[in-house]
Design a protein around this ligand. Structure first.
Ligand code: AMP
Length: 170
């Protein structure tokens, strides 16, 4: 099964010049979706990982089934105002303007090794912020995992020092 058949290219979304990788055809096909989670879990099964973390919203779609399959705790990284308990937070720059990610202060324990998951690696800004947040909480980034990597945007440069794994590379 070629998972590329389930990633739809949408030109000029959300703005002119951006080729958007739409994962909804994959989500709509249980066999393909299951295969994507299997490929991620094969990569990380048996590794010394204590928790999986992911930024909302599309990161959750892959992190949640992967966490269940690997039987690991799942830690949500969320936009401001969403998490009810005390949080660590981090502001980071986007192409236009700024964004902010929060994590509950008890999301991970100091010293824990965390695998970060997202659907798409584009510029790497979101994943870099997630990694810094894990480190702010005293955790260690085990690595970063993506379904899709847009290599021409060189997001890996922002993730230098972290292991990055992608199921599909464009
Ligand atoms: P990044 O630039 O790596 O920080 O990307 C931020 C988020 O935007 C990622 O988590 C992706 O979900 C999403 N994203 C960025 N570029 C694309 C794209 N071309 N297609 C689909 N999703 C994208």
């Amino acid at each position: 099964m070629d998972l590329r058949d389930f990633i739809r290219d949408i030109p000029d979304f959300p703005k002119p010049g951006v080729q958007f990788k739409d994962i909804t055809p994959l989500l709509a096909d249980p066999t393909a979706f299951q295969h994507s989670i299997d490929l991620l879990s094969i990569q990380f099964a048996g590794q010394k990982i204590d928790a999986i973390a992911a930024a909302e919203a599309r990161g959750f779609l892959f992190a949640a089934p992967l966490a269940l399959k690997l039987h690991l705790p799942l830690v949500p990284l969320r936009k401001p105002g969403k998490l009810p308990y005390r949080t660590y937070s981090l502001k980071y720059d986007l192409e236009y303007g700024q964004a902010e990610l929060h994590m509950h202060v008890d999301g991970i324990k100091p010293g824990q090794r965390v695998l970060l998951v997202d659907d798409v690696l584009a510029t790497g800004g979101t994943m870099q912020a997630g990694a810094k947040l894990i480190e702010q909480a005293g955790g260690t980034v085990f690595g970063c995992a993506f379904l899709v990597e847009l290599s021409f945007l060189n997001g890996r440069a922002k993730l230098a020092g972290y292991d990055a794994f992608s199921v599909l590379t464009y």
